[in-house]
Design a binder for this molecule. Sequence first.
Ligand SMILES: NC(=O)c1ccc[n+]([C@@H]2O[C@H](COP(=O)([O-])OP(=O)(O)OC[C@H]3O[C@@H](n4cnc5c(N)ncnc54)[C@H](OP(=O)(O)O)[C@@H]3O)[C@@H](O)[C@H]2O)c1
Length: 261
Amino acid sequence: MSSRPVALVTGASAGIGKELARVLARDHDLILTARRVDELTALAAELKKANGAACHVIPADLADPAGPRTLFDAVSAAGLSVDVLVSNAGFGDLGPFAGADLAKLLRMIQVNVTALTELTGLFLPGMQARGRGRILNVGSVAGFQPGPMMAVYYASKAYVNSFSQALANELQGSGITVTCLAPGPTDSEFAAVAGVQATKAFSVGHRMSARAVAEAGVQGMRRGKVLVIPGRRNQLLIFLQRFAPRAVVTRVVRWMLAKRL
Ligand SMILES: NC(=O)c1ccc[n+]([C@@H]2O[C@H](COP(=O)([O-])OP(=O)(O)OC[C@H]3O[C@@H](n4cnc5c(N)ncnc54)[C@H](OP(=O)(O)O)[C@@H]3O)[C@@H](O)[C@H]2O)c1
């Protein structure tokens, strides 16, 4: 039996989650989850070979309301306890709310908000019983202001940012830390899935690599930081927008989410 701590990473089949798994595999065993089993199996083989990490692949659809509980039960049935819970799975969708595919937006809330909350609630008691644990939630710079044309996605990330910071406060002194990783535009499958490739937000200026975002997140988590905004540019933008009227910030976001001519 390995003595490494165990990290569970949701959304480990692509992008930031895959890189978080690669960074954590240096000194953790892993539970990898997402819907695409082939991607997870290939990553598990890579991490075992490169780092000697024991990797467990447990596929789950977190848009299914039964998904988080099924995942938790499968982890328990495998006799694993989770020392590090990384809730990273998420997606966005560009377009006005009026006339949008409502079922898709509700699935987004299920994955981005409800599953993250439920997994936290399910795995926290085990961490409390052991008197230690780490929770890393992937929020977004999108969560710091309203996002017209991606209203539900931005609101879902506002939830993640707020929930994580509140929970970190509640758990102070418990041996359990909560870190919110809030990236800005990052190279991954996100832009294609959300349909935002042609927007100014994604096609103009710098996008960070998923690896750099993951390294910053894991480093912040290890230090017990509550909020990690990777990249100086993202940090500066979030700092400056505090001083601008909310209506102005909202109009700027709408402009950023318009397609580039
Ligand atoms: N990229 C950015 O610019 C950016 C910026 C800020 C925050 N974020 C956040 O970073 C996180 C990771 O996104 P990413 O950029 O790495 O995007 P990505 O490359 O599209 O990866 C998204 C991951 O979420 C998983 N996922 C999506 N729907 C799922 C479902 N129903 N059930 C289970 N897993 C599901 C996907 O796996 P399967 O498809 O295999 O299920 C995939 O592994 C998200 O929470 C996103 O909101 C991204």
